[in-house]
Design a protein around this ligand. Sequence first.
Ligand code: ATP
Ligand code: MG
Length: 451
Amino acid sequence: MLKRLLQIFDASEGPLGSRVIRAKHHGIRNSDISRGGVRVIEQLHRAGYEAFLVGGGVRDLLLGAKPKDFDVATSATPEQIRAVFRSSRIIGKRFRIVHVRFGREIIEVTTFRDSHEEADGKHEAQQSEHGVLLRDNVYGDLRTDAERRDFTINALYYNPENGELLEFSTGLEDLNARTLRIIGNPGARYKEDPVRLLRAVRFAAKLGFSIEQSSEAPIREHADYLSHIPSARLFEEVLKLFMAGSATATLNLLREYHCLQYLFPSTDYCMEKGSEVDSNMITSATANTDKRIRQGKKITPAFIYAAFLWPALRASMRHLVNDQKLSTQEAMQQAAQGIITQQLSYTAIPKRFLVPMREIWALQLRLPRRSGKRAAVLMEHPRFRAAYDFLLLREQAGEDAQGLGNWWTQYQQTDDAGKAALVDGLESEQPQKRRRPPRRKTAPKTKAPQE
Ligand code: ATP
Ligand code: MG
């Protein structure tokens, strides 16, 4: 596909100063676009509006990759879009978008934007004290829309009805050179929406692109802008960063660009200052997530959050057990509370993920207790599988769980008789396991509990 991009010089002049690249030169096929995407554009055209496929859909098609979703940009206002599609709803306040449902597919349709400087009043555009755009709903035309997009490679417009691709900046050239270039003044564009810092890192990691120098320099310098973003929006970004198949590359780049500390401060700290086991836990979690996505297995943010915060949880528990003499159970309760409270001031964690995350942690204390009917009961727990996977991850990271992962693997694979034998073996081992220190005449030196 990229070879075809070399023919971009065959472009001719299009509307509003754009360049037009015809179908035979760009190679996008409508059959690679979802039915919903094409139909939404056709219906908007029929209703008399301009409409194009834009963003990641066009970018990924040009790269020969399968787009995650299809975004449409149109001259119709949100209300006009609503009037065209019965099954649609307006979402977002900061940035109004219409979700058009097409069978099981949802197409995001946005109205052409203009610069917020063109706003008449606070209703359409509003900035916070830090210069972050709180509202970005000033409507414009195709050209101004292209200027408001984040990166040149995301600002290519495709019209499936006539097969024409339009560009206003250097999107095709940059795609060819595998370069991310922010549109406009980099410092200003990051300031008005610091999430673009994360988007730069995300696309660089996902596409393996390099970030052009003047787009790159402000990322490290202004990573602190991320603290101006509401925690709920950062949570949404975390999902895109870590649940899209390139979590490991993303984690590395987030650290390199000093952004991780504004998303997961305790994770960043443990990776910088913690032990090898701590770092391994986090990198194993991202590697494991990427692998599961490749294998088509289910993943959940609860697991990733549980792993990212685990080293800090362990450190806090160690302190509470050793210094404050709390029981392991109490220490976990208290440590979890503290770590979650801190994390929530950075990224939100919706309850539907927070509850399972805490369960995964709590089950780590139950997994070693397997005697009698306990193992059988535990296996029925709805979060057992996640907790078991988490245990394996801890062992993979280098935590010594004394063969517990292996025991549970065997337990799940064997029949009832085998299970009973495993539990019996355990009971006969138990007196040995609960070793008492030999009586000494002199007081033993206190030793820190094993990690
Ligand atoms: P993905 O493959 O992750 O969907 P994408 O580029 O399509 O990548 P979306 O979040 O779906 O990303 O956004 C669609 C398009 O909207 C982008 O390609 C870009 O043109 C524009 N866009 C999204 N977020 C921003 C932003 N914060 N600032 C400017 N433009 C943005
Ligand atoms: Mg998209």
